[in-house]
Design a protein around this ligand. Structure first.
Ligand code: IMP
Ligand code: MG
Length: 186
């Protein structure tokens, strides 16, 4: 097992704030689809979105399907290497797709997946993220539903990882190098 170089530093979005945001976010989505919310396909982007999507879909009362897409963008560090599809993609032909991801950073993942879903024949594609970094690349990427805008920090917890770790933490936290006092920036 490799040594962990990073540890939780500060709580950026507490679990309570996430729980409090969930009903309004779900309602926003259902209302935006109007009567068309019946039969939509929720596509959580694995693995980071598994906690968020689980909370979100349980707040959506309409008939829907959940079918995951596995995309890897971080090759085991904190620098994005661009999105890559892994495994079988959901069947979206003629369906209204809602992509659900944990965080919007460079925007490459959602831009790539939106096009991919449309290329596969989706009737429409909208996107929802729990977190969006307050950086130009993220703020200028099309995204219909956003849980929270956060500072430009590398964060983990509530599904988000650092090299596979910390997904189980209930809060979204910043990280710091073990033994150092300041939070890691990106
Ligand atoms: P983008 O393609 O650069 O927008 O990045 C989106 C993907 O990168 C997300 O699905 C996350 O998996 C990952 N990511 C970006 N920023 C962070 C972060 O601060 N912590 C953990 N994962 C991140
Ligand atoms: Mg991820």
């Amino acid at each position: 097992m490799t040594m962990l170089t990073y540890e939780p530093a500060e709580v950026v979005v507490p679990a309570e704030a996430i729980a409090a945001r969930m009903p309004a976010l779900a309602q926003e989505i259902v209302e935006a689809y109007g009567g068309g919310a019946e039969g939509i396909v929720i596509v959580p982007v694995m693995t980071g979105a598994f906690v968020f999507a689980a909370d979100l879909v349980r707040r959506m009362p309409n008939r829907l399907r959940v079918d995951v897409a596995t995309v890897r963008s971080y090759g085991g560090g904190t620098t994005s290497q661009g999105p890559r599809i892994e495994g079988v993609m959901p069947t979206v032909q003629g369906r209204h797709v809602l992509l659900v991801d944990d965080i919007l950073d460079s925007g490459r993942t959602l831009t790539f997946l939106r096009k991919d879903m449309l290329d596969r024949g989706a009737a429409s594609v909208r996107t929802c993220v729990l977190l969006r970094k307050r950086i130009p690349a993220a703020m200028s990427t099309a995204c219909e539903f956003v849980g929270f805008d956060i500072p430009d920090l590398f964060v983990a917890g509530y599904g988000l990882d650092y090299d596979g770790w910390f997904r189980n933490l209930p809060d979204v936290v910043s990280l710091r190098k073990v033994g150092e006092s300041s939070a890691m920036v990106r």
